[in-house]
Design a binder for this molecule. Structure first.
Ligand SMILES: *[C@@H]1O[C@H](CO)[C@@H](O)[C@H](O)[C@H]1NC(C)=O
Length: 265
């Protein structure tokens, strides 16, 4: 009898212990689930919710003074995918950088665990409808323009990686250059990539180029090494179309290419 009681007590105690271990483990699990987010993650989630709750992505941000929204643009040329002298077409691979201020996306970092910048998928926020005007038609569309960088002051930076097929302008000046170049035994082509908004005219959007050149720091040499980028420039024009009373701002990136022979003449 004593033995039985002893065994029963042992079993009871063992059970009790087991169940208390279970319940403490369960408590630990609950804590793990609720604490799986770090303070930084929780701050970012709260920030994202705060910024995007009442955000309407179809509405262009308008500066407080009612002026046109300034969109900064610059271009980095990565590669010349092809250069067609006969048709005067070049295919470029480039990064196009755009930045602007969207006051709706500003915050005070001290309210959000000192988070100063976040990445927001472009599906959620307003992005300028800026595209290449003098497109050859069957150009590939942006491939990796999925995420924008947003800083606490509301500045948004958006980079699109573009494979563009663009017609090169052969104007009077360019013609002259081409003719001289032909006499010297090489061809030169002046190609202008004109970017502008499809819907926002100059009263609503002001495009600014932040550099007077196309950035060539990341330019990889083309496979046929006789093709060279001779010079580049970047500037802003104002175009008026027959359709519409107001002018449109355009950023023009000019790339001058030549196929100078390797052997000097
Ligand atoms: C746009 O460029 C100007 C200088 O060119 C700079 O002062 C300004 O901060 C830029 N704006 C944004 C939103 O990047």
């Amino acid at each position: 009898m004593r033995g039985l009681i002893a065994i029963a007590t042992v079993i009871y105690l063992a059970r009790f212990q087991a169940s208390s271990i279970d319940s403490s483990r369960k408590g630990l699990d609950d804590r793990c689930i609720s604490d799986r987010r770090s303070a930084g993650t929780r701050a970012r989630e709260r920030l994202m919710k705060t910024l995007l709750e009442d955000y309407m992505k179809s509405v262009k941000p308008e500066p407080y003074d009612g002026s046109p929204l300034q969109v900064n643009m610059s271009m980095s040329l990565l590669n010349l995918d092809s250069v067609d002298y006969k048709e005067a077409i070049i295919e470029t691979h480039s990064w196009v950088f755009m930045s602007w201020i969207d006051e709706r996306l500003s915050w005070n970092p001290s309210d959000f665990h000192q988070v100063k910048s976040i990445h927001i998928p472009t599906d959620y926020i307003w992005i300028p409808d800026i595209d290449l005007y003098n497109n050859d038609g069957d150009a590939e569309k942006p491939i990796s323009d999925m995420i924008a960088d947003v800083n606490s002051d509301g500045s948004v930076t958006y980079v699109s990686e573009l494979h563009l097929k663009s017609l090169c302008e052969v104007g009077q000046q360019a013609m002259k250059v081409v003719r001289i170049a032909r006499l010297l035994g090489f061809d030169e082509m002046v190609c202008k990539l004109k970017f502008g908004s499809w819907t926002y005219d100059a009263t609503e959007m002001n495009i600014v180029t932040t550099s007077s050149q196309v950035n060539l720091l990341d330019f990889r040499r083309v496979s046929t090494d006789e093709i060279q980028v001779k010079s580049t420039s970047a500037n802003v024009d104002q175009l008026t179309f027959n359709c519409c009373p107001n002018p449109y701002k355009t950023a023009t990136f000019t790339i001058v290419v030549s196929n100078e022979p390797k052997e000097p003449l």
